[in-house]
Design a protein around this ligand. Structure first.
Ligand code: ZN
Length: 258
């Protein structure tokens, strides 16, 4: 049927905006990337379709698994808002893993660049604050009261200016992690292993001092990478009175970074 548009009173109709460009869904992207890789690897690809589910994870992770003809893809909620080009790179990275191939550098770069943008980082921090309710034992331990220790170190090294975080002992003893500072919760948790008469007090103090420095020196973003222990951090760390003694002890016990 022919459609005739009448031009009334000489008024030109408004020019139509460009129709929206076709945009692939996340599912389409994964299906296409999988099939491309399967063809490249001379594997059967016919019929494999991706199924994408979003999960309430407070990170930028993705998981992938092939079950029969279905490519099961689980992505953290963060990926809902990701630009298609970044989803494409994530698909390349995850599907490459499935084929035991290394993803192309451009995809790793694009992924890392996006994950390290301030916007994404802030969103992750927000999700963590909302979801991860911190669980640790009170600051008043068997041997050490972290609140009192914090006050003393704050006076001694920070002119009392550091804002007080939540302090506590980890519920479980960790073999490697001596302590950590959690910016979203503004919390410092020390490994309960340290709350023992066998551990020299300067070592416990040093670990707390180290975590306190993380409040003073936030993570720096440079060249798309996150620098946690910056040069300035390490210089300040050496200001601790029993630095050498504490470091030696930690090395001897084979405890790793914290
Ligand atoms: Zn650290």
């Amino acid at each position: 049927m022919q459609v005739i548009q009448l031009k009334l009173f000489g008024v030109e109709p408004d020019p139509q905006p460009d129709p929206p460009r076709f945009q692939e869904s996340v599912t389409d992207i994964f299906t296409r990337v999988y099939r491309q890789k399967a063809i490249g690897a001379r594997r059967k690809s016919r019929g494999v379709n991706a199924e994408v589910g979003f999960r309430a994870w407070a990170n930028a992770n993705g998981r992938i698994r092939l079950g029969g003809e279905t490519l099961h893809v689980h992505l953290s909620d963060l990926w809902r808002a990701a630009p298609p080009a970044v989803v494409e790179s994530l698909a390349e990275i995850l599907v490459s893993k499935l084929f035991r191939q290394a993803p192309a550098q451009e995809h790793s770069d694009r992924y890392r660049e996006w994950v390290n943008t301030e916007e994404v980082h802030n969103e992750m921090v927000r999700l963590r604050r909302e979801r991860g309710r911190k669980s640790f034992a009170p600051a008043f331990g068997l041997c050490h009261d972290l609140d009192a220790l914090f006050d003393r170190l704050n006076q001694e090294y920070f002119q009392g200016l550091l804002s007080r975080p939540r302090l506590g002992w980890s519920r479980a003893a960790s073999a490697t992690l001596l302590g950590h500072y959690d910016p979203p919760h503004h919390a410092i948790v020390l490994n309960r292993l340290l709350d023992s008469p066998e551990i020299p007090p300067p070592v416990v103090e040093f670990v707390l001092y180290h975590e306190m420095l993380h409040i003073l020196h936030p993570v720096e973003l440079r060249g798309g990478r996150r620098h946690i222990h910056t040069k300035a951090f390490r210089i300040d760390e050496k200001r601790f009175a029993a630095y050498d003694e504490a470091r030696r002890y930690i090395r001897r016990r084979n405890w790793r970074e914290f």
